[in-house]
Design a protein. Structure first.
Length: 197
C-alpha cells in the first residue's frame, strides 16, 4: 500500500504545523500528526464528513498544553491547549465561532462519550489520539496503513514519554481528566499498545 498523509492545503494548516514543530518535541509532534491521520482514516472507513482543516489544526495543537511554555498550573492540559488554539487561530483571522470550535475539539478529545453525530471533529480526534496513545481500535485499521504511517511519522519512544507527561499532570492536577486516565490503567494500556510491538 502506498500511503501519503493528505493534510489540508491551507495557510492555517501550514502555520499550525510550524507552531507545533516549534513547541513540541519530535515524538509529540509525530503523535499529533498520527492522531490526525488515524482520525481521517477512521472517517474515510465510516463515510463521515468532517472539516479537515479544523481537525488538522486541532490535532496539531491539541497537546501543546503539555509543553512547558503552555502548561497551566491550574487548568487541565486539554483546556490549556484549547486556549492556545483559540489565540493561535485568532491570529490567523478565524471567526470567533470557528476559534471556539478549535478549542472545543481539543477539550472534548479527552472524553469518550462524544459521538460522531454530536460532534464529528471531536469524535475523530478522540478516536485518533486513543488509537495512537493506547492502541484503541488499532486492529480495525489496515496493517499496510499503519506500517506506512509509522514509517512516515515514527513513534520515537512516544509511549513512555507521553505517560510521564500525563502522570505529571495527574500528580499536580488530581481532579483533571489526565488523573482519571492514569488511575484507570494508562500505564498498562500504553505499554500494551500494538503500535509499539
Amino acid at each position: 500500500m502506498t500511503w501519503t498523509l493528505h493534510q489540508p492545503d491551507s495557510d492555517s494548516a501550514r502555520r499550525a504545523f510550524e507552531i507545533a514543530s516549534e513547541y513540541a518535541d519530535a515524538a509529540l509532534l509525530n503523535h499529533s500528526v498520527r492522531s490526525y491521520a488515524f482520525g481521517a482514516e477512521y472517517a474515510r472507513q465510516h463515510g463521515l464528513a468532517y472539516d479537515a482543516e479544523l481537525l488538522y489544526v486541532s490535532s496539531l495543537l491539541h497537546d501543546l498544553g503539555l509543553t512547558a511554555p503552555f502548561d497551566s498550573h491550574t487548568l487541565p492540559f486539554e483546556e490549556a491547549g484549547g486556549h492556545v488554539a483559540r489565540v493561535f487561530t485568532a491570529g490567523l483571522g478565524w471567526e470567533p465561532a470557528r476559534r471556539a470550535r478549535a478549542e472545543e475539539v481539543i477539550v472534548l478529545h479527552m472524553r469518550e462519550d462524544v459521538t460522531a453525530a454530536e460532534d464529528v471533529e471531536s469524535h475523530l480526534l478522540q478516536v485518533g489520539t486513543s488509537a495512537d496513545v493506547s492502541g484503541l481500535r488499532v486492529p480495525d485499521f489496515d496493517p499496510a496503513f499503519r506500517t506506512a504511517l509509522l514509517a512516515a511519522h515514527p513513534r520515537l519512544g512516544f509511549g513512555p514519554s507521553f505517560l510521564a507527561l500525563v502522570e505529571d499532570q495527574a500528580a499536580r492536577k488530581p481532579s483533571c481528566a489526565a488523573a482519571a486516565y492514569v488511575a484507570g490503567g494508562a500505564a498498562e494500556r500504553i505499554a500494551a499498545n500494538p503500535l509499539d510491538a
